[in-house]
Design a protein around this ligand. Structure first.
Ligand SMILES: Nc1ncnc2c1ncn2[C@@H]1O[C@H](COP(=O)(O)OP(=O)(O)O)[C@@H](O)[C@H]1O
Ligand SMILES: [Mg+2]
Length: 289
């Protein structure tokens, strides 16, 4: 019997072909001593998409973000962004290339106003060095004025009331602090925005506003968004694709409605209250590790 020369159809689990995605992680692993926090994860984000990473606490989601943004160098694997290999590059270099993020635990400068916090975010784009900042020639003053104007514009854009732009960041509500953090990330003109549990601690109303804002950001500013999210209502609502991590490995990936019914995903979440109930109540879960 002769063997057919026809190429067999690739199995459904074959890695996605290189369609020129904005970000590609290829077999990325991160070990902390004996603990493998992320194991052999391959992942791709098309430009102008909104993609979520979900998974139980300790699944390796934040560690994965930390590798994408240069806080951790992968133990193995490669990361490519916008056609460049960024594996192990410094965080400031990665920011300058166009990846910005917010943190699971909000990181704002407590002694600075909302406005000043956002001005810090433009640092990667500023030219004035130490001498310029001391001598303050006219072009430095112009740059300062421009950063302040831009910071105001960003705060307006994320919906922070102008009456609180000058208030200390610590005195703002939780939802407003998240907004300032997103404004700061946007101030670096990112192509890709990473949000680590942006709705943690928000009420359903604030979560819904943030969801609408993510779409607006993508549609108006061409920003590609990758978010880690616990609130399944937000995940189902906003994501075009979902990737599920469990114990450091990718256990499922695809459209939200398909992924949520995947038996492996259901099992990974079993006993976790966000598995089924959260999408009915719109309730957010407490922030986890
Ligand atoms: N800097 C670190 N040193 C040692 N272990 C870490 C470090 N960061 C994360 N881990 C461990 O890696 C695992 C994944 O953590 P993390 O990425 O924060 O999970 P997730 O964000 O999905 O909740 C956890 O077991 C965590 O304790
Ligand atoms: Mg985390």
């Amino acid at each position: 019997m002769s063997v057919s020369p026809a190429t067999p159809a690739p199995p459904a689990t074959a890695p996605a072909p290189d369609d020129g995605g904005l970000l590609r992680a290829i077999a990325v692993t991160k070990a902390f001593g004996g603990l493998v926090a992320v194991e052999d994860v391959s992942f791709q984000i098309p430009a102008r998409s909104i993609v979520s990473i979900i998974g139980p606490n300790g699944a390796g989601k934040t560690t994965f973000f930390n590798m994408l943004t240069g806080l951790y160098a992968p133990t193995a694997g490669r990361i490519a962004f916008d056609g460049r290999d960024i594996t192990g590059r410094r965080p400031d270099r990665i920011t300058a290339l166009g990846i910005a993020r917010t943190f699971q635990n909000i990181r704002l400068f407590a002694s600075m106003s909302a406005l000043e916090n956002v001005q810090v975010g433009q640092h990667a784009r500023m030219k004035a060095g130490l001498f310029g900042s001391i001598l303050r020639p006219p072009w430095v003053r112009r740059e300062e004025r421009e950063t302040r104007d831009k910071a105001r514009e960003m705060l307006d854009y994320v919906g922070l009331d102008s009456s609180v732009h000058e208030q200390l960041a610590v005195n703002l509500s939780y939802g407003d602090q998240r907004r300032v953090e997103i404004a700061r990330a946007l101030a670096s003109d990112p192509k890709l925005l990473l949000l680590d549990e942006p709705t943690a601690g928000m009420n359903p109303n604030e979560s819904a506003r943030l969801t609408a804002f993510m779409r607006q950001l993508r549609d108006e500013r061409d920003v590609t968004i990758l978010l880690i999210e616990h609130d399944m209502k937000v995940v189902m609502d906003v994501s075009e694709r979902v990737t599920v991590l469990d114990h450091g490995t990718k256990i499922a990936e695809g459209e939200p409605a398909t992924v949520r019914n995947d038996p492996r995903v259901v099992e990974a979440y079993l006993g976790k209250r966000e598995s089924e109930s959260a999408d009915e109540t719109g309730e957010t879960t407490a922030e986890g590790g």
